[in-house]
Design a protein around this ligand. Structure first.
Ligand code: CTP
Ligand code: MG
Length: 230
């Protein structure tokens, strides 16, 4: 079963502190968004890309898509909302078929690999919901008012990434429920965890699949691009 992807670019990139949306910043000659766009263009199982953008950046993004889309994969550009969750919901409404698998991916994560997409795609077909993540490396403590309350056992803690993969109808139902109840989750899996009966599977991703969030991340990103070129 092929999949459709919702690629998110409708944020503001406030923590990056740049003069424009971080997904349009250049990373060694290409806008950040074009890296993940190309990875999905290169996956034969990806049948439709739904690019969610701010209204006033649609023309800029359409130009990026035109430049990169050599295999002519269908791309739909839609407007986002004020929260990430609303941007995903807008994207979900343009799925070709809610029976399809849908992946949701942060446009600010340029380094997801084709191999990881394949692993995730296989897993979602077995379990209906699968996400990429990596075990937490640091010691994590719970701190209240500057005082350590607890060292949290690390064995079961994972850092969550995207893509996250579901069946379109499941994710649509979860988003509709969340909207009704005014619930805001921090990722898509959290809505499935809350409103669905089946478990979400964790697939081991890569520590390179970082989200470009603050200015230091751009330096790490440059290093990753340079190493991949060699
Ligand atoms: N995003 C979105 N719509 C929103 C908010 C975020 O499509 N209303 C997207 C971003 O473009 C990004 C991804 O969700 O690709 C992850 O969000 P985040 O890293 O928080 O990006 P921003 O919200 O843009 O950054 P910040 O929170 O620093 O403003
Ligand atoms: Mg944000």
């Amino acid at each position: 079963l092929d999949y459709e992807v919702i690629l998110l670019g409708a944020g503001q990139g406030k923590r990056m502190g740049a003069s424009r949306n971080k997904i349009l910043l250049h990373l060694i000659g290409k806008p950040v968004i074009s890296y993940s766009l190309n990875t999905f263009f290169n996956d034969p199982a990806c049948k439709h890309i739904i690019l969610v953008t701010q209204e006033d950046e649609q023309d800029l993004l359409a130009a990026v898509v035109k430049k990169e889309n050599k295999k002519k994969c269908p791309v739909t550009i839609v407007s986002g909302g004020s929260e990430r969750q609303f941007s995903v919901f807008n994207g979900l409404k343009t799925l070709l078929d809610p029976k399809n698998i849908v992946m949701v991916h942060d446009g600010a994560r340029p380094f997801v690999s084709l191999g990881q997409l394949k692993l995730l795609h296989r897993k979602v077909q077995e379990t209906r919901a699968a996400i990429l993540g990596v075990p937490v490396k640091d010691t994590i403590k719970r701190v209240v008012d500057g005082i350590v309350e607890e060292t949290v056992p690390r064995e079961t803690l994972w850092q969550v990434q995207t893509p996250q993969a579901f069946y379109g109808e499941d994710l649509l139902a979860a988003h509709a429920r969340a909207q009704q109840e005014g619930y805001l989750g921090t990722d898509d899996a959290s809505l499935i965890e809350k409103y669905s009966q089946f478990p979400v599977s964790m697939v081991l991703g890569s520590y390179e699949n970082i989200k470009l969030t603050t200015p230091e991340d751009m330096l790490i990103g440059e290093a990753i691009v340079k190493r991949r070129r060699n």
